[in-house]
Design a binder for this molecule. Structure first.
Ligand code: PLP
Length: 368
């Protein structure tokens, strides 16, 4: 059966800015400057201002932002990178390119994020980088993490792909560590109409390095200095994102309202609703519940029969992916448990209460 209620409906947002969006796209078409034009430049300035950071560098994808960030931070063969096993593969793929190896720290099942209290005991002389992932739009507890990193001379690269607009103690995530990566993949909180990403930093040297890596490793065209990439954000995507940016706070508030309503509706239902720690402003990229007792897959199948789209982020802990079959890792029981319990319910900024009622009623029936 085709989904009647999708996991994400992007059209209501697009419809609300339709005239502005189509006008800006037409402007780009008329101007004919499709790569590194004025929209990319302006978008970078607007993003730096929104995030309160010095450098915002637009690129091809969130994955590329991570890869270039890792490279600019000097991560190389044999280096150890501490991160979460409960994430999208791009997080660890980014440093795998340079021969660095992951060291996983288990998650706190309440926040689904890296358990900061377990980080320090995993640090060795080879540890060079920590990648916290602000999963589902909930910040990692950054203050103690920054303290540990400073003490041991380790860098922090924030994976903010799911957390655009999310705050940690009143500050936007991305620049609390040494740099951050954002994704504009269409399903993210601020999605382009195609791929896109951004590297963000307050560090002049790291930013300058990412800036040249983005354009074939050169600060001066045709005088290439290092091996780099072709990883630019298209002018049309920049124009689209510039139209969206002024609405993002309102849209994230919309997600928070939908989440609060779900919390209320699910109060007496036998599921674990998402937790929001006092230090963060959650932007609910996903509204993810936990279903205990081994019933998650059955519940998901029943919801699907009723035309309700849900998703499991993530069905496999990253340490158990085939790509790492040759490596040995410590046990990560919380991550393993969450792969069997997590279920993301439909959410988007303009989701109505009526639609939520249908989802919740269907969920209640599926749990019987
Ligand atoms: C989406 C995502 C990425 C990658 O972003 P792309 O723009 O798709 O390359 C990286 N990390 C996390 C946690 C993500 O959710």
């Amino acid at each position: 059966m085709a989904n009647k209620i999708p996991l994400l409906d992007t059209y209501p947002e697009i419809e609300s800015i339709w005239d502005d969006l189509t006008a800006k796209i037409q402007e780009v078409l008329k101007k004919g400057q499709f790569i590194m034009g004025p929209n990319v430049k302006e978008f970078e300035a607007e993003m730096a201002s929104y995030l309160g950071v010095k450098h915002a560098i637009a690129c091809n994808s969130g994955t590329d932002a991570l890869v270039m960030g890792v490279q600019a931070m000097g991560i190389g063969p044999g280096d150890e990178v501490i991160t979460t096993p409960f994430t999208f593969f791009a997080t660890t793929e980014s440093f795998g390119h340079f021969g660095a190896v992951p060291v996983f720290v288990d998650i706190d099942p309440n926040t689904f994020n890296l358990d900061v209290a377990q980080v320090e005991k995993k640090i060795t002389s080879k540890t060079k980088l920590i990648i916290p992932v602000h999963l589902y739009g909930h910040a990692v507890d950054m203050d103690p993490l920054v303290e540990i990193a400073k003490k041991h001379g380790i860098k922090i690269l924030e994976d903010c792909a799911q957390a655009f607009g999310c705050e940690y103690k009143g500050r936007k995530v991305t620049s609390i560590g040494d740099g951050g990566a954002l994704s504009f993949f269409p399903s993210k909180n601020m999605g382009a109409c195609g791929d896109g990403g951004m590297f963000v930093s307050n560090n002049d040297e790291i930013a300058a390095e990412v800036r040249r890596l983005r354009v074939h490793g050169t600060a001066k065209k045709y005088f290439n200095e290092v091996i780099g990439y072709n990883s630019r954000l298209d002018e049309i995507q920049a124009a689209i994102l510039r139209v969206k940016l002024p609405h993002i706070d309102e849209w994230n508030e919309g997600r928070r309202k939908v989440a609060a309503r779900y919390n209320q509706m699910l109060k007496n239902v036998h599921v674990i609703t998402p937790y929001e720690a006092a230090y963060t402003k959650h932007v609910y990229h996903q509204y993810t519940i936990r279903i205990e007792g081994g019933k998650r897959d059955l519940v998901q199948a029943k919801l699907s029969e009723n035309g309700i789209g849900t998703f499991v982020y993530y069905p496999v802990s990253v340490d158990k992916l085939p790509v790492y079959s040759g490596l040995k890792f410590d046990k990560l029981p919380n991550s393993d448990i969450c792969t069997t319990q997590a279920l993301s319910l439909p959410i988007w900024p303009k989701m109505t209460e009526d639609i939520q009622e249908v989802v919740v009623n269907s969920l209640k029936n599926a749990l019987l």
